[in-house]
Design a protein around this ligand. Structure first.
Ligand code: ATP
Length: 306
């Protein structure tokens, strides 16, 4: 079942068509990556979903129903441009934002204590926001995004400004929230995090969705039929019209070989062929990274359009 669907969303700014019939379907309890080059229209779509701006046409469905005003309370949104009040104390600020999102004071206080403990920032409560580093502020803002227990969490570039350790803390939180059944819409340029976190993605390019679906299936669809073998051998000298050797790397008593298939053949056939001559320690098919998929999808569309 889809928690969130956008259907044929169109948005025109004065001179620019920012979204041109954008439809995405985000399954309940999953992490969904919203990807695309700068200026593709991701933030515009997020602003339409969160009702900050209205589309010219198209509909947003939440749980299969048209989005209603009340649904806003079921959303937690971390915008790309971070907006905390610099002079306010961290604790007061999170309390204020939590109550703005419909929580009682008591409930907000309980949840705040829980989250501050979890993120190990209890001693920040009385510090002013302006005294915190960018990454520290971002942690606070993440808490303010999820404190009211929203069903849909929308995160626009949540890892920018974080060191790798803090980025991992946020990534683990995202996965934990997903395991609790929350739906997460994640807009990011960090393709590694897409591989780590996302079940499905939509790639928007030049205002249109150019790729949509399951991450593994998409990577599979873009595969280049490259297999990596580790063999017990000093060298690999096999030649065959069914494959090309891309690289060989000798490591102690074994050698790593990357082979690209030239003809349609099952992986098992290729493995049998190699096994006839060399002892195979391991093999795996090399799938393209999401970064490679992104570059390939965006450049091939630009070539098509020009
Ligand atoms: N308020 C606005 N008025 C006019 N044009 C706008 C406005 N907001 C965005 N745009 C234009 O719409 C297009 C899409 O912008 P948007 O911010 O949605 O892109 P994005 O995919 O989020 O980009 P980035 O990855 O750089 O954040 C851009 O060409 C941008 O210049």
């Amino acid at each position: 079942m889809y928690y969130l669907e956008t259907k044929d969303i169109v948005k025109q700014y004065a001179e620019h068509l920012a979204l041109n019939g954008v439809s995405i379907a985000v399954p309940q309890g999953s992490v969904f990556g919203l990807l695309g080059p700068n200026g593709a229209g991701k933030t515009t779509l997020i602003r339409i979903i969160t009702r900050i701006i209205a589309p010219d046409s198209g509909v947003i469905l939440v749980n299969g129903r048209p989005f209603s005003g009340q649904d806003v309370y079921r959303i937690g949104y971390l915008p790309e441009e971070r907006g905390l009040y610099k002079k306010m104390k961290v604790g007061d600020q999170v309390m204020y934002l939590a109550q703005l999102r419909g929580m009682s004071r008591k409930n907000a206080q309980t949840e705040l204590t829980k989250w501050f403990r979890q993120f190990n920032i209890t001693n920040w409560y009385n510090r002013k926001v302006e005294e915190l580093s960018k990454g520290m502020q971002q942690k606070v803002q993440f808490i303010a995004t999820v404190i009211h227990n929203p069903e849909l969490i929308i995160l626009d570039e949540p890892f920018s400004g974080f060191d790798p350790l803090n980025a991992d803390i946020i990534k683990n939180e995202i996965l934990r929230l997903k395991n609790e059944g929350k739906t997460v819409l994640l807009s990011t340029h960090d393709m590694e995090s897409v591989e780590e976190l996302c079940d499905n993605i939509a790639l928007i390019n030049q205002s249109k969705v150019v790729l949509h679906g399951n991450v593994f299936e998409i990577r599979n669809a873009y595969r280049q039929h490259v297999l990596r073998f580790r063999l017990f051998s000093d060298d690999f000298e096999m030649e065959n019209e069914s494959f090309t050797v891309l690289s060989k790397e000798k490591k102690h008593e074994y050698i790593d070989v990357r082979i690209q298939k030239k003809v349609e053949m099952e992986n098992t056939e290729l493995i049998k062929l190699i096994l006839n001559t060399y002892p195979v320690i391991s093999f795996e098919e090399e799938l393209p990274t999401m970064r490679e998929v992104f570059v390939s999808a965006v450049t091939s569309q630009s070539i098509k359009d020009n």
